[in-house]
Design a protein around this ligand. Structure first.
Ligand SMILES: NC(=O)c1ccc[n+]([C@@H]2O[C@H](COP(=O)([O-])OP(=O)(O)OC[C@H]3O[C@@H](n4cnc5c(N)ncnc54)[C@H](OP(=O)(O)O)[C@@H]3O)[C@@H](O)[C@H]2O)c1
Length: 296
């Protein structure tokens, strides 16, 4: 029996825990901040349910084979009490988050050789603890190698498509290029499509071009077409639509992953001597717009 602990049973962690719980070869423990009784996920393949062990006290956690962390990026440090109890000599720790800094964010908590960064494309929304809607097919990418291959194998009997990639770096940067433009609706609190103009396009295109330039300086292979595709998405967004979690989080008055999605472009741009004025201005404005917790 493979033991798996999921820290952070929100939209992503809850969906992953429920899918893995369908496999009788796994014993799933959910490490929650907010208690839940069970998990019910509406998926494209139908409703799946799970009743894993749920812990809210890190003191009750035991060493497992795998830890899957699915908190938001700004909650990384709060996972330490869980990791201290769950991680033993052979435990591997998968980080299922957006952004490009999975390893950097956790290497002070877990030895780097045990960390498995995970890129996930799986749109999911949580309506209540343990109640989730997964709206499209889920895809997971991990780096090729022993740990990445082993992580991908965990999903072999689920409907989540998991694959190891020799060029994982490009996977996360392509996703970031698609995500970074959502800072505009997060700031304006409305879809960009209905208010599209040449000036707005210049801002959106600038955000994405800066991300692509920094990603390429980091070594990522990012097709030029990603820029036009991201701009087209922003241009075609409909009134009332929500452009990803950063927009949804600001609408809900929640903390936002702005540092992981746009701040990182500014920080890494500085290291490479690449100017990132669009990202810098919007990160600063979003911080000034009334979210004092956002890192600028
Ligand atoms: N949702 C999506 O469609 C989607 C798609 C792709 C990637 N992602 C990325 O996946 C990551 C997770 O996103 P999400 O949408 O699943 O967020 P979420 O719904 O907010 O879930 C995060 C979960 O982490 C829990 N948590 C935070 N700190 C904790 C701690 N110290 N111990 C235990 N649990 C803790 C939260 O507890 P509470 O229950 O108390 O809030 C919540 O259940 C993010 O990086 C996001 O950008 C999300």
């Amino acid at each position: 029996m493979t033991t798996i602990a999921v820290i952070g049973p929100g939209a992503i962690g809850g969906t992953i825990a429920a899918w893995l719980a369908q496999d009788p070869a796994f014993s799933i423990t959910v490490c929650a901040r907010t208690p839940l009784d069970d998990i019910r996920v509406e998926t494209p393949q139908g409703v799946i349910t799970a009743k894993p062990e749920v812990l809210t006290d890190p003191g009750k956690a035991r060493v497992v084979d795998w830890v899957l962390v699915a908190t938001k990026t700004y909650d990384v440090d709060s996972t330490k009490p869980w990791l201290d109890r769950l991680v033993g000599d052979a435990t591997r720790v998968a980080i299922i988050q957006n952004g490009v800094e999975h390893v950097r964010l956790f290497e002070h908590l877990v030895p780097a050789e045990r960390l498995v960064p995970v890129m996930i494309n799986l749109p999911a929304v949580r309506s209540a603890p343990g109640r989730i809607v997964q709206s499209r097919h889920g895809i997971i990418a991990v780096p090729a190698g022993r740990n990445g291959n082993a992580l991908a194998a965990l999903f072999a009997h689920t409907e989540i498509e998991a694959a190891a990639h020799a060029d994982f770096l490009s996977q996360v940067w392509v996703k970031l290029a698609g995500n970074c433009a959502a800072i505009v609706p997060a700031l304006t609190l409305r879809a960009t499509g209905p208010v599209w103009s040449d000036a707005l396009e210049a801002i959106v295109r600038g955000l994405v071009e800066e991300c692509v330039a920094v990603g390429r300086a980091e070594g990522a292979d990012i097709p030029e077409a990603v820029i036009d595709a991201t701009v087209a998405n922003a241009r075609n967004s409909r009134e009332g639509s929500v452009a990803g979690s950063i927009h949804a989080d600001r609408l809900a008055g929640h903390q936002m992953e702005v540092d992981a999605r746009n701040g990182v472009i500014v920080r890494l741009g500085e290291q490479h001597g690449i100017a990132t004025p669009m990202n810098r201005v919007l990160v600063t404005l979003l911080a000034a717009a009334g979210s004092p917790w956002v890192k600028s």
